[in-house]
Design a protein around this ligand. Structure first.
Ligand code: ZN
Length: 340
């Protein structure tokens, strides 16, 4: 019962039907009302006035109910307005970003290149399995933490820009155009030596995905080494990568007689790493020898009495140092037997 509504609308009590009729279904209900209204009429036959009144009422009711029925059906269009809007709001799914862009990590290990058995001890090249996904920075070695700015140096020779395809170890990588770059001026641990992987990881971190600048230590045309590797200093991301590897204690400075452009910086970075006892410099040193003997032609030095030094004949290539540090500051590396 919604009397109030009915009342407002029509004139009679009948209105209940009418009130309802404001909805589409009303039409029928109002008719019922009409029917009922008629019934009472007949019995009252005697009074014509009553009959007329009833007739009037009936007509009125009919009119009203028809009107209402009409109205009820007409408004239908309005309610449809809203529905379609809601469903569209769901597709909030946002394009998923694909995580790591680290490409190129699948490389197959390069066939081992066997160096010619020449006398000059250029570090043997023993490519390791392809790089794993770029390793996070190895900021802290067994020694002191890295502090201060990374290694920097200006260009002093002809330069060229390349892209890295693969890192082989701490001082060698392959470019996208297929050249093998051996970083000049340094020597990182060889296979089986401590910190070899740390050095490779550091190089990856420093050059991976970057535009790398090769800096030649003279004319580019002369920068091809004995093993057909391109010899160059390396810069990337604003860092003198060659020096940074040294500064982190992951490479010895390794100066051939004709290595010249960055000797001082490299020696300086090596001193810093040594003082902080990073990586290569983290191990206790053996008892000092009375004399250290170096080979100018191939930058290695030995403790007096080392078996390897016996092959070095006295001559202009033989040089003596009073201390290990003196030999290191000359850009020479201890031989494997004399490292510890
Ligand atoms: Zn030795």
């Amino acid at each position: 019962m919604s009397p109030s509504k009915g009342n407002d609308r029509g004139s009679k009590g009948r209105k209940s039907g009418t009130g309802k009729s404001s909805r589409p279904s009303k039409g029928s209900s109002s008719k019922k009302g009409t029917g009922r209204a008629r019934r009472p009429a007949p019995p009252q036959g005697p009074s014509p006035i009553a009959v007329a009144a009833v007739g009037l009422v009936v007509l009125l009711l009919l009119g009203i109910s028809l009107f209402v029925a009409f109205k009820g059906s007409a408004p239908q269009p309005t309610p449809t307005a809203t529905p379609s809007a809601t469903p569209t709001s769901t597709p909030s799914a946002r394009p998923q970003r694909t995580p790591k862009p680290t490409p190129e990590t699948v490389e197959t290990p390069e066939p081992v290149e066997t160096p010619e058995p020449s006398e000059a001890p250029e570090p043997s090249e023993t490519p390791e399995s392809g790089p794993e996904p770029v390793a996070p920075a190895t900021q802290m070695g067994p020694g002191g933490a890295l502090t201060g700015p990374p290694a920097m140096a200006e260009f002093r020779g002809e330069t060229e820009t390349v892209q890295v395809k693969r890192v082989i170890d701490g001082d060698t990588f392959v470019t996208t155009d297929g050249r093998k770059i051996r970083m000049i001026g340094i020597n990182t641990p060889e296979v089986g030596r401590p910190f070899k992987k740390d050095a490779a990881d550091a190089l990856k971190e420093l050059i991976w995905g970057a535009e790398v600048t090769l800096e030649y230590d003279g004319p580019k045309a002369k920068a091809i080494g004995r093993y057909k590797r391109t010899l160059a200093y390396v810069h990337a991301k604003g860092v003198f990568v060659t020096g940074e590897i040294v500064r982190r204690g992951l490479a010895y400075v390794y100066l051939y007689p004709d290595t010249k452009s960055h000797n001082e910086e490299l020696i300086g970075y090596q001193r810093e790493a040594r003082a902080a006892k990073r990586y290569l410099w983290s191990k206790p040193l053996p008892e000092p020898a009375k004399v250290y003997i170096g080979n100018r032609r191939a930058p290695y030095f030995h403790r007096e009495g080392c078996n390897r030094i016996k092959r070095l004949k006295p001559g202009k290539n033989r040089v003596e140092f009073k201390s290990r540090n003196e030999a290191l500051d000359a850009g020479m590396n201890p031989c494997d037997d004399c490292k510890t």
